[in-house]
Design a protein around this ligand. Structure first.
Ligand code: 5GP
Ligand code: ZN
Length: 133
């Protein structure tokens, strides 16, 4: 399979690995948005978080929790992000959690700056709420 992250796991291509567990691995992003930009991935190839089994999911997010405590010390604030699916901006189709250190005056903003402002009617909100609850 041509997955770049699977090749990192099998050590076919090098990466700056920070920590590894039975089901997950944390390493530096090769094209960092800022210094310390880290990725945490499951060792098994899955595209989306909901494809992980319970054990893989627990292991992944417990490694996120551990590595976050180190990354967060770099600037005191961290963006934790997952692009869960192609249309969400996922370029590598293997689950990965981004840890991106944030700082005052960096070039990024709050989540609402990612989208143009759109207003929804009460009925539209009610409809989606009924689907989700
Ligand atoms: P996405 O856009 O799918 O959310 O994020 C993919 C991330 O993988 C990007 O931040 C990109 O810089 C990183 N990336 C792509 N190829 C490689 C690689 O070969 N090695 C490492 N360490 N990171 C990579
Ligand atoms: Zn993969």
């Amino acid at each position: 399979m041509g997955c770049i992250f699977c090749k990192i796991i099998s050590k076919q291509i090098p990466a700056k690995i920070i920590q590894e567990t039975s089901h997950s691995i944390a390493f530096l992003d090769a094209f960092p948005l800022v210094k310390g930009h880290t990725l945490i991935i499951p060792k098994n190839h899955h595209m989306k978080i909901q494809d992980l089994n319970h054990e893989e999911n627990s292991d992944l997010f417990s490694l996120v929790h551990k590595v976050l405590s180190k990354v967060d010390k770099l600037t005191g604030s961290t963006l934790v992000a997952v692009h869960n699916g192609k249309d969400a901006g996922q370029e590598v189709p293997h689950v990965h959690v981004h840890l991106v250190p944030r700082a005052q005056g960096d070039s990024a903003g709050p989540i609402h700056t990612m989208f143009k402002t759109i207003k929804f009617s009460d009925s539209e909100i009610e409809e989606i709420y009924n689907k989700l609850k």
